[in-house]
Design a protein around this ligand. Structure first.
Ligand code: SF4
Ligand code: SF4
Length: 209
């Protein structure tokens, strides 16, 4: 079981400055994913001339498979201002790693991954925190890439790019900074920490659990 919800239409529209390529993941078998809402969103964006292409596939969390499947859509992706990913947080991060210099947007929030989680080799992880933060951090999860799950920037303890808690690991916030710098989006670091919804959405869980 994997429980994701589409972000609100207003939130998605405010993220999209221009055109987008939409990447849909229908991978995990017992998926709780708003298929009809996603299709309505896609149709609406396409009718407004904002979509350069759509790929509906499975297991975008597998980077090798993903690269192969994206090959046929190279031109549509190049043409788009952003890649809008409708998947769990693992999928969005995998896509962001494929396109280090492209705006990659999370169109969903991830609530729970209580069952089999696709075929991800777990190069990246999602802490299922509810309201996904990836649109403010360049597609790198501050919950799982930072040892302290900090949401408002670096703790100040990193040495030579390594985390003070785990010197084997790169500091997640240094990675976020570098990624935003490459994207020309350091302005996102000035966005004040938002009040967020940390609900795990028990209603959705009960309906599907
Ligand atoms: S911010 Fe991280 S933990 Fe939260 S939903 Fe997004 S990827 Fe998952
Ligand atoms: S050094 Fe970096 S990754 Fe480690 S806890 Fe501090 S901010 Fe997080």
């Amino acid at each position: 079981m994997l429980i994701t919800k589409l972000k609100s239409r207003e939130a998605i529209e405010s993220l999209l400055g221009g055109t987008c390529f939409i990447l849909n993941c229908h991978g995990c078998k017992e998926l709780s994913f708003p298929v009809a809402e996603a299709e309505a969103l896609e149709a609406e964006l396409a009718a407004a001339g904002k979509v350069t292409g759509i790929l509906t596939t499975d297991y975008v969390c597998n980077p090798e498979n993903l690269q192969l499947r994206l090959e046929a859509h190279k031109n549509e992706i190049e043409e788009a201002d952003a890649v809008l990913v409708l998947s769990c947080g693992v999928g969005v991060q995998t896509v962001a790693e494929c396109f280090p210099e492209k705006k990659v947007l999370a169109g969903c929030d991830t609530y729970r991954l209580p069952g089999t989680q696709g075929v991800t080799p777990l190069e990246v992880d999602c802490g299922q925190c509810g309201e996904c933060y990836l649109n403010l951090t360049g597609g790198i999860c501050p919950i799982t890439a930072c040892s302290k799950s900090l949401l408002n920037g670096q703790c100040g303890g990193a040495k030579n790019g390594k985390c003070e808690v785990d010197p084997e690991m790169d500091c997640g916030w240094e990675r976020i900074y570098r990624r935003l710098e490459a994207l020309g989006r350091l302005d996102l670091l000035k966005v004040p920490t938002q009040l967020r919804n940390y609900s795990t959405d028990d209603e959705v869980y009960k309906q599907n659990g």
